[in-house]
Design a binder for this molecule. Structure first.
Ligand code: FAD
Length: 381
């Protein structure tokens, strides 16, 4: 039996960030992941400077062996409508990364003991401890296994795909041939976003060097593949993507923070990242809240001093709520009829001011929220 203080299920950005923070504070941390690494993750692969800062990423070190695409603007439109470019001078406003590289980099530098290629098959309570797969015994079990996290399902009774309203998304990423790269009009430092005309989601084309990432996500479960197909037809017609795409689109899902209802803590267990359902509502950005949840969890876990009861861990749920807001609150637009929201939204997406200040600065870049700075305060606030 392998004994540890903390067992983290999932070595994505959330799990790797928590593992690193706890390892640095001397806790005995193990990470269990079903994938063999490096592994890919269905994702557009853009991160904001806040993520770089919160992760204390040394960009020169990172870009030595990994693709790092600085972004200086976004081109935004309602699908088929006028394209408006919001460009920014000075430092990069975002970075394009490849998840197979980014996640591997974070997990390697965490310093934790990683068990890869090991899916969670069983979770049992044994006194105050949890035993996973009959092999790993821990005093605190952390679910960082993404939307379908086994800890969320076994310990928190989450039911992905049943009553939860999730964003479903499909994506493909591939290296363009030299001819395709020459012909591709999408600029590497200006990703393109295309809102669906019913405003239930958006598609994107993100170029990172000579890699092209194409995808579309919607917060409804109806005929996603047809929406993706129509989006690709539209992009081909506009000459933005090659006529033939190598391979198939991959699908995944995630919960938007205001609409998610997953519990965050129980005796001896907590959830972080997508397992907790934390993605930003308008953009679907999930890496930043995943990392922030891990940093907050790390501070609370240290303050717990080995007392991992739900009462002690509740500080994590409180602090996450202080940081991300209260779930389930209705907004002004929730009270308007759907047709009116659609009508207004379609007009606003044709306005340069709205694209820059609302869509980009607030929704996608979250410039109103500075990077998380932890105070080192105890968990009991
Ligand atoms: C199409 C798409 C595009 C996106 N684009 C962006 C974007 O551009 N920028 C952004 O910020 N966010 C984006 N997101 C959201 C982002 O990908 C997630 O929010 C982020 O990956 C969450 O990180 P995580 O560490 O919580 O989970 P994950 O990255 O999902 O990591 C979970 C880990 O758990 C492991 N695991 C799962 N099940 C088990 C099991 N049974 N046993 C053991 N291990 C297990 C997996 O192998 C994986 O390594 C996108 C999401 C989708 C679907």
């Amino acid at each position: 039996m392998t004994e540890c203080d903390v067992l983290i299920v999932g070595g994505g950005p959330a799990g790797a960030t928590l593992a690193r923070a706890l390892h640095q504070h001397g806790l005995h941390v193990h990470v269990l992941d079903k994938a063999t690494w490096p592994r890919d993750k269905v994702c557009a692969g853009w991160v904001t400077p806040a993520v770089v800062s919160e992760l204390e990423l040394d960009l020169d070190d990172y870009r030595r062996d990994n693709l790092l695409q600085p972004v200086h603007g976004f081109r935004v439109s309602l699908m088929g409508g006028r394209e408006i470019e919001a460009s920014y001078s000075g430092d990069a406003i975002s970075y394009g990364i490849r998840r197979c590289e980014f996640d591997h980099y974070l997990l390697r530098r965490s310093g934790a003991t990683v068990h890869e290629g090991e899916a969670v098959k069983s979770v049992e309570r044994d006194g105050a401890a949890y035993v996973v797969n009959g092999e790993y015994r821990c005093r605190l079990l952390v679910g960082a296994g993404g939307h379908f996290c086994p800890v969320a399902r076994h310990v928190f009774a989450a039911r992905p795909g049943s009553t939860e309203v999730a964003v479903r998304a499909q994506e493909i990423e591939f290296a363009m041939s030299p001819e395709q790269a020459r012909a591709c009009p999408v600029q590497a430092d200006v990703p393109e976003l295309f809102f669906c005309t019913d405003l239930k989601g958006y598609g994107w084309v993100v170029r990172k060097g000579d890699y092209l990432n194409i995808g579309l996500g919607r917060e409804d479960n109806h005929r996603l593949s047809e929406h993706v197909q129509a989006f690709c037809d539209f992009l081909r017609e506009a000459g933005k993507i090659p006529a033939e795409l190598p391979g198939r689109f991959q699908g995944h899902a995630y919960l938007l923070y205001p609409h998610a209802q997953r519990e965050l803590v129980r005796d001896g267990a907590l959830l972080i990242g997508d397992a907790a359902g934390l993605a930003y509502p308008q953009s679907g950005e999930g890496i930043r809240p995943a990392i922030e949840s891990a940093l907050i969890a790390a501070e609370v876990i240290q303050a717990c001093n080995g007392d991992y009861t739900a009462d002690a861990l509740a500080a994590y749920a409180r602090r996450l709520q202080q940081h991300l807001g209260t779930r389930g609150q209705t907004t002004f637009t929730d009270r308007l009829p759907e047709w009116l929201v659609r009508f207004l939204g379609q007009r606003l997406l044709g306005m340069r001011w709205f694209i820059r200040h609302m869509v980009m600065n607030r929704w996608f870049l979250h410039r109103q929220t500075p990077p998380l700075r932890l105070t080192g305060a105890t968990g009991g606030d």
